[in-house]
Design a protein around this ligand. Structure first.
Ligand SMILES: Cc1ncc(COP(=O)(O)O)c(C=O)c1O
Length: 368
């Protein structure tokens, strides 16, 4: 039986890289803000302009982008950071490693994201030092609304847009962090970047990504880490950007076709409300409340179809985050996380495989 893998990364090929690798041979500049990293940052910044004039700093992954964006705010130790309970563990890791405590809140039941309304309610009951909304499974959040929230409350906002490259807009005074991990829509192995209209914030992250060495006096005023992007990774990033428009279209067409085929066969499943023209790296369904995702997953696995329970358990279900404060009810989070199942999604999938997945899922749901 042919196995259908959950994910197959879609990366540039060696032939796409060779010219850029030769440039590295020529320049003999391998890391530390080299010419390819600078070119990559300029190209990334161009994607957000002219809508918002922005600064960009490339880093070696999104988790460090989040940690350094937080560190750059110089919040008092053990500050409270609001975050949706429905997210990948990296959001919590970044907060803890920056020395702060988590306050988890619920998400919108349709889009599965934290909203400014939920954050306002939480801020009325808790002293919040920063908010980190998450673009759940690539679904963008409204950058203008979050800019307005930040201006109105004075609370800094960092959008964890790890999985939303191509979908998430930048903001004037908020910051956005993206992942370019191999499994994301635009992969480069490991990589990430932070973008904001607030140039000072981005330049502080750049300094912290280089151990905290101040480019003015070469002293460390705030200890940083090493989160720089090597020239080799920047080469992959530049090659990935060159093929991005075509790959993004393929991803959004595939997701729309997948959804149609599933809807035709599987009554009772539900979907996240997300822009139809977005480029996504994952494809999740909400199973009927009567179905057990673990059981459905193991039956699909027996039929040769790999699945994953993304974002399960919610953040505060992990021992490392069990001490999180909780803002109100987590009803939507519990419902989504308890019913969500990630199905295979990658650009090598063909319609016959999608129909097979839909057929197997329909049969299992009928029997359970
Ligand atoms: C919501 C979220 N935040 C952060 C990350 C971490 O990204 P990276 O692997 O680039 O550190 C991920 C990775 O999947 C994620 O899904």
């Amino acid at each position: 039986m042919e196995r259908i893998p959950l994910l197959i990364p879609d990366m540039p090929r060696a032939d796409d890289l060779i010219g850029l690798l030769r440039e590295i041979d020529e320049s003999r500049w391998y890391t530390n803000f080299g010419p390819l990293a600078k070119r990559f940052e300029a190209q990334l910044a161009g994607r957000f302009q002219p809508r918002t004039p922005v600064s960009v700093v490339s880093v070696c992954n999104c988790t460090l982008a989040l940690e350094l964006l937080l560190a750059a705010r110089r919040l008092p130790a053990d500050s409270t950071v609001l975050v949706p309970a429905l997210t990948f563990v990296a959001t919590g890791t970044a907060i803890k490693r920056a020395g702060h405590r988590l306050l988890v809140a619920d998400v919108d039941p349709q889009r599965w994201t934290l909203t400014p309304e939920i954050a306002r309610t939480a801020a009325a009951a808790h002293r919040i030092a920063c908010v980190i909304p998450v673009t759940t499974l690539g679904c963008p959040v409204d950058a203008e609304q979050w800019d307005a929230f930040s201006a109105e409350t004075g609370i800094p906002v960092i959008i964890d847009a790890a999985g939303a490259f191509g979908n998430q807009a930048a903001g004037r005074n908020i910051a956005v962090a993206f992942s370019l991990h191999a499994t994301k829509t635009m992969g480069m192995g490991e990589g990430g970047f932070a973008v904001s209209g607030n140039a000072e914030w981005i330049e502080r992250v750049r300094c912290l990504s280089n151990f905290g060495i101040d480019p003015g006096d070469f002293k460390v005023h705030q200890a940083g880490t090493n989160a720089k992007l090597s020239e080799y990774h920047a080469a992959v990033g530049i090659a990935a950007l060159a093929r991005w428009p075509e790959r993004a279209t393929l991803r959004s067409t595939l997701a729309a076709d997948y959804r149609r085929r599933l809807e035709a066969k599987c009554a009772g499943i539900r979907f996240q409300q997300r822009p139809g023209d977005g480029a996504y790296a994952a494809f999740c369904v909400l199973l009927p409340a009567s179905a057990d995702p673990a059981l459905v997953g193991s039956r699909l696995s027996a039929a040769g179809i790999e699945t994953r329970r993304w974002y399960y358990p919610p953040l505060n279900g992990h021992p490392a985050f069990a001490d999180s404060l909780v803002a109100g009810s987590l009803q939507a989070t519990a419902d989504i996380s308890g019913r969500m199942l990630g199905l295979p999604f990658h650009l090598d999938l063909n319609p016959i495989q999608i129909d097979r997945i839909a057929q197997e899922l329909a049969q299992i749901l009928n029997e359970t």
